[in-house]
Design a protein around this ligand. Structure first.
Ligand code: GRF
Length: 193
């Protein structure tokens, strides 16, 4: 699931294709027709679907459309890789322990929008990114992997966000592998199928 440039989406596709992650990306869903993620999916040959939130009267309605798309591909895990919409229990409960998010801060610090700006405004010396399971409260849920990133003198949103993104691209495939391994060890792998 992506709304923006799609660099995290591409990092997952690459991790799979390079054999770093024993998985495959079966579907990209975007909510903006013109987002960069969609162009990357086309270039990478990944099936993609547009679910424009403007055509869904409620968040739950959009989430039901997402569920239909993912169940249609029998996916095991769903990753919010820069999905700029709040999801509801409808989606979360359809993919228990299987819905992941990537956020550009060391959670639980700086939840919500403009996490990088929040970190700069707070004057922290260390920021980073977090891959976590999704829970109903925004940017909460069990933490899977984090990476710390120094805030350097003279950093602005652009420079710090770019340094954080390098780490996002490392930890998101790791988080997918960890979530899958946990499902496997708890004996509920593939239960959704
Ligand atoms: C990432 O920084 C992610 O943490 C946040 O949205 C951004 C998406 O970037 N949730 P991209 O679209 O993957 O390049």
């Amino acid at each position: 699931m992506a709304s923006g440039a799609g660099s995290n989406f591409e990092s997952l596709v690459r991790a799979c294709r390079l054999g770093h992650l024993a998985a495959s990306v079966e579907l990209l869903v975007v909510n903006r027709a013109d987002c960069g993620a969609r162009g990357r999916a086309e270039r990478l040959g990944v099936p993609n679907e547009l679910l424009d939130h403007h055509f869904h009267p409620t968040r739950e309605n959009l989430d039901r459309a997402l569920i239909t798309a993912f169940k249609g591909k029998a996916v095991d895990l769903v990753v919010m890789a820069g999905w700029m919409r709040i999801v509801t229990p409808v989606l979360i409960e359809a993919f228990p322990q299987r819905l992941l998010n990537i956020h550009p801060s060391l959670l639980p610090s700086f939840r919500g929008l403009d996490a990088v700006g929040q970190a700069l405004a707070a004057g922290v010396c260390l920021s980073g990114c977090t891959a976590h399971l999704v829970a109903a409260e925004v940017d909460s849920g069990q933490i899977l992997v984090q990476a710390a990133v120094p805030v350097l003198a003279g950093d602005n949103r652009t420079s710090l966000a770019a340094r954080i993104q390098v780490q996002e691209h490392r930890i998101l495939p790791l988080a997918v592998a960890l979530a899958a391994a946990r499902l496997e060890s708890s004996g509920i792998e593939g239960q959704q199928r």
